[in-house]
Structure formats: C-alpha cells, structure tokens
Write a protein that binds this ligand. Structure first.
Ligand SMILES: *[C@@H]1O[C@H](CO)[C@@H](O)[C@H](O)[C@H]1NC(C)=O
Length: 298
C-alpha cells in the first residue's frame, strides 16, 4: 500500500462539513452551467483534435487500433453531455451557456492525447468538487453518472500513455474557482449572451520542472507575469496539495520567478498544488495562486 490513512482522517472525512466551501447564492443552475462550460470545452477539444488527425496519424504516433475508434466514442460522450446539460438547464427555466472560442496548445497527436488525459482528470475533480453544492438530488445523480464516465475516460487515456490508470485510492475535489483557473487559459472569448458564472480565476501557477516527478523530488513553480507579494521572503508561503482528506502542505521557498518545494508523501497521479500563506485551510479565501497540475509518478 502506498497510502495509509488514519481512522481519525477518515472520520474527519465522513463528518466534514462540505469539502467545498459553498459560495454565496450558488444555485443549481450556476453549477449545471459551470459543468456545461467544461463540457463545451471538452467537446470542442475532441472534435477539433479528431478533425486534425486521422486514424493513421494515431497509429503512427503509437496509439494502435481501436484507440481512434474509442476516442471517437469519448468525443461523442462529451457531445451528449453538452446536449443533456443544455436540455436540463432549459427545462429548469435557465439559460444554458453556449460554446466559446478556444485555443488549445496541442500541436500533434501526442500532445493532443496528453492534454485529453489532463482535461478528463480536471473534469473528474470538477464534478467531485461541485457535488456537495448541488441541492437537487436528481441533479446529483445525473452529475454522478457523468463523473463516473469522465473517470473511465481518464483511466483509458492514462493507460494509453503508460500512466497508472488509477494512481490513488481517492480523487481530488477542486472548487469552481480552482477549476476555472485551469480552464481559463484555453478560453479565448465567449458569446456575450452567455450568463455570467460566479467563478473567478486565481493567478496562474505553472510547473517548470520537467522529467519524472516523485515524492521527495524538488520542483519549481513559476508565477508567470507577476510576483507574489510574499516572494520577498518575509511572509511564509506554503504549497498545498489538494486531497479529499485535506491539504498536504510543503514549505515553498522563493526562487527567481517563483517558488521551489519538495513533493510531500501522500499524493500521486494527476495532482493539484496551490500557493497559500497559511496552513489552516485551503479555500477560495486562502488560495494565493494556482492550482498547477503536477503528474506524480511513484
Ligand atoms: C488542431 O490543429 C491546429 C492547427 O495546427 C492547432 O492549432 C490546434 O491546437 C489543434 N487542436 C487540437 C485539439 O489538437
């Protein structure tokens, strides 16, 4: 076992007041539109990638059949999720968000599949983190039925890239703002008619370390285009890895353009780290930057 959880930690998990701090006046329509925002992004991403590259391109890049056919099915799932959420919002009398214009950094089959795996992982964490804020039970079941499929997509894409399909016993819940911070760089512009969502992006945080990262690895996170006030070294800065049993903290040391830290034990697979000035809690009031995504390969 790579993980050991104390009874106390599991009890705390079971009795925790909602893992995600509920933003004021967050309605079910807000949450469904937030989910729809992510589904539109995924839907367009797969349609664009499958239009860019042929089945032969995938085979040549080392993704043999039936990978291409399976990816088409993943793409179709995302289109179906878009239709489902759009219909549910309309039925509830709400205005569904429409597709935006996106810029994806993938330039070939390999980077497309790599980004697909990352987006599916973020999708899982987004649904998981929003679950506690859904008031209507029927929506919770519907969201859960999408979450499990996104998790299957994630496992398949990870396994196809020789990553562990299920690298840890629990998935990591992310708040709406944490997810939006990760999605925002891909969104160029949205129709003016889209209802505004009660989400904001935190300052971006980027992993600059390359190569395999494990527990105990020293890594560097950059704060691109800005300096965190605490980078003067006077106030402590912590890196907090988000997990369902609570944040795992590591000291963050200011370095040129960002911070360095040692990856703590207890996180594996696609992991999320934020910078914070305290070790009391990680929530929308205490996150200073991030999350950054770090693949930890123990
Ligand atoms: C599709 O190709 C264009 C042009 O090379 C590229 O800019 C875009 O990122 C690609 N999309 C995906 C999803 O790979």
């Amino acid at each position: 076992m790579k993980y050991s959880f104390t009874i106390a930690a599991l009890a705390a998990l079971a009795t925790a007041s909602p893992v995600v701090k509920r933003a004021a006046a967050l309605t079910d329509a807000d949450i469904l539109n937030y989910a729809l925002t992510l589904e539109h992004l995924e839907d367009k991403f797969y349609r664009e990638g499958l239009a860019n590259y042929t089945q032969a391109d995938f085979v040549a890049a080392g993704f043999p059949d039936p990978f291409y056919a399976n990816l088409k099915e993943v793409s179709s799932d995302e289109t179906t999720h878009v239709g489902f959420l759009t219909t549910a919002l309309k039925a509830a009398g709400a205005v569904p968000v429409e597709e935006c214009t996106y810029a994806f950094p993938s330039t070939d089959v390999k980077s497309f599949v790599g980004l697909a795996g990352i987006l599916e992982g973020v999708g899982v964490s987004a649904y998981l983190g929003a679950a506690a804020s859904i008031a209507t039970k029927a929506y919770l079941t519907a969201a859960g039925s999408i979450l499990t499929v996104e998790a299957r997509h994630s496992s398949y894409l990870r396994a196809s890239q020789a990553q562990s399909p299920f690298p840890q016993p629990f998935d990591d819940p992310l708040t709406l703002n944490e997810v939006f911070t990760l999605a925002a760089p891909f969104i160029v512009s949205c129709p003016a008619s889209n209802p505004a969502l009660p989400v904001k992006a935190f300052p971006a945080l980027a992993l600059t370390t390359t190569g395999t990262i494990k527990t105990g690895s020293t890594i560097t996170l950059s704060t691109p285009g800005y300096t965190l006030a605490a980078a003067d070294g006077k106030a402590p800065v912590y890196a907090a890895f988000i997990t369902v049993t609570g944040p795992i903290y590591a000291d963050a040391t200011p370095v040129d353009g960002g911070f360095s830290l040692v990856v703590p034990a207890g996180v594996n697979g696609q992991s999320y780290v934020v910078l914070t000035g305290c070790t009391d809690a990680v929530n929308d009031d205490t996150v200073a930057a991030g999350p950054a995504i770090i693949e930890i390969d123990n």
